[in-house]
Design a protein around this ligand. Structure first.
Ligand code: AMP
Length: 432
């Protein structure tokens, strides 16, 4: 399938060609026709699937095809949870609409409002915004949403996570009822489905880009059992062998800062992005990471979600996420497009349950690196009475209580000599 066969406007096709896009991704193949037909859409998709183009292209086309509507009135609104994602979505919209004459703007909090207000005063067709600043500027009278025909709520689960539900409810009261609505979320828990039902028309279409085994073919995965206290040393050891950019995930803001301090003390250049960092600090760190001048970026899930980092080689799960789907999002940051990538997870004694959940979700037993300099520490930690899982009545050891030395079955990725078990630090880049 090609973009031409989807009935896309020739101006957009030219813009896509200039981007080097030849084939629509699965989410684009599924979404673009139904969106061009005017249906609302509920999309379950992780970032890296081409989601942004999937919703941007048909909206641009509708705006181009609707000559009755005046130019420079906000007709499309995309709401994203973070500044970084807003910038990225707006950047993509500008690229896909290059040469069409449509005007795109992006607004977000944490920076002075004057340049944003100036842009709005000059007239905007396609607005990308974070919720707080959007409502703020609307309340000040700088934003008129009465002519809106297209509304996109992107990364809805992250939006709720970040406490934006009240802002979203307020926004829904402001925007016109007659509109095409698109609702995207990486995960679809109950509260998200409920919210979607308040936004979408009942005849909405659904696309689902499966989360099961999302990138397993391209991303080689491995897990190290390691004592909590040995995690910094293991990280330093692994970084020695890693060429290319490394995105390290922590669970807490404080934990991320701690990792940065340790790495910096040892002469490794690293920065953190998380909610307590200023917008500018986050953007600077991200820019440095993207241009390759910063090798290691430490991030919380919320700060990093939705950020597109092309050519990312490694994801390290310094702390395993307590929600299995988050693991899928994390490893989806690498192995994008045609690239291969590697995901390495550190699992301390108190994270075994998380690992078990993850393996259940991805239906894969992540290959275990058994031999590494800190495996003894892991053995000792796991042997402590408080880390033993009490046997249930009538049962022996609970499933999942496996010592690091146990002989775990290797998953898909260990096939074809990709098991990456070796002496030394126990890690060698696989998959290439
Ligand atoms: P997204 O999921 O929207 O963040 O997109 C992930 C990445 O894929 C971005 O870098 C896009 O520029 C790129 N991309 C989107 N659609 C295509 C396509 N059809 N062909 C090649 N690259 C694409």
């Amino acid at each position: 399938m090609t973009f031409d066969s989807l009935g896309i406007d020739s101006r957009i096709l030219t813009a896509l060609k200039n981007q080097g896009y030849t084939t629509p991704t699965p989410i684009q193949q599924q979404s673009i026709p139904v969106l061009l037909d005017g249906f609302d859409l509920l999309g379950t998709a992780q970032t890296g699937t081409g989601k942004t183009a999937a919703f941007t292209i048909p909206i641009i086309q509708h705006l181009l095809n609707n000559p009755s509507s005046k130019r420079r009135e906000i007709k499309a609104l995309v709401v994203t949870p973070t500044r970084e994602l807003a910038l990225q979505v707006a950047e993509n919209a500008k690229r896909y609409s290059a040469g069409t004459g449509l005007r795109t703007a992006v607004i977000f909090g944490g920076v002075g409002q004057s340049p944003q207000v100036d842009q709005l005063k000059n007239g905007v067709d396609y607005l990308v915004a974070t919720p707080g600043r959007l409502l703020d500027l609307h309340n000040q009278g700088y934003i008129d949403l009465r002519h809106l025909t297209h509304f996109v709520l992107d990364e809805a689960d992250q939006m709720l996570d970040m406490g934006f539900i009240h802002d979203i409810r307020k926004l829904l009261k402001i925007i016109p009822q007659r509109r095409q609505s698109l609702f995207f979320s990486a995960t679809m828990p109950k509260d998200i489905i409920e919210l979607s039902s308040q936004i979408l028309k009942s005849n909405y279409k659904q696309v689902r880009i499966a989360v099961e085994k999302p990138t397993a073919e391209r991303v080689s995965q491995a897990v190290y059992y390691v004592a909590k206290n040995d995690k910094p040393a293991l990280l330093l050891e692994l970084l020695k062998d890693m060429e290319g950019s490394v995105l390290v995930f922590g669970r807490t803001k404080h934990g991320c800062d701690k990792v940065v301090r340790i790495l910096n003390q040892k002469g490794v250049k690293a920065s953190a992005i998380h909610g307590n960092k200023s917008q500018n600090a986050r953007q600077n760190a991200l820019n440095a990471f993207k241009d390759g001048s910063l090798k290691v970026l430490i991030a919380t899930d919320i700060a990093a979600r939705g950020i597109d980092i092309s050519g990312l080689e490694y994801v390290i799960n310094y702390e395993l996420p307590n929600i299995a789907e988050t693991y899928v999002h994390r490893i989806g940051r690498t192995g994008r497009a045609d690239a291969s990538g590697a995901s390495i997870s550190f699992c301390a004694a108190d994270e075994r349950a998380y690992l078990k959940d993850i393996e259940k979700l991805i239906k894969l037993s992540i290959p275990l690196i058994e031999v590494h300099p800190f495996s003894e520490g892991a053995n000792a930690e796991w042997a402590k009475p408080e880390n033993r899982i009490p046997a249930k009545q009538g049962q022996g050891q609970r499933q999942g209580q496996r010592k690091p030395s146990s002989n775990r079955p290797a998953g898909n990725n260990s096939k074809g000599g990709n098991g990456r078990r070796k002496s030394g630090n126990g890690f060698a880049r696989g998959g290439k």
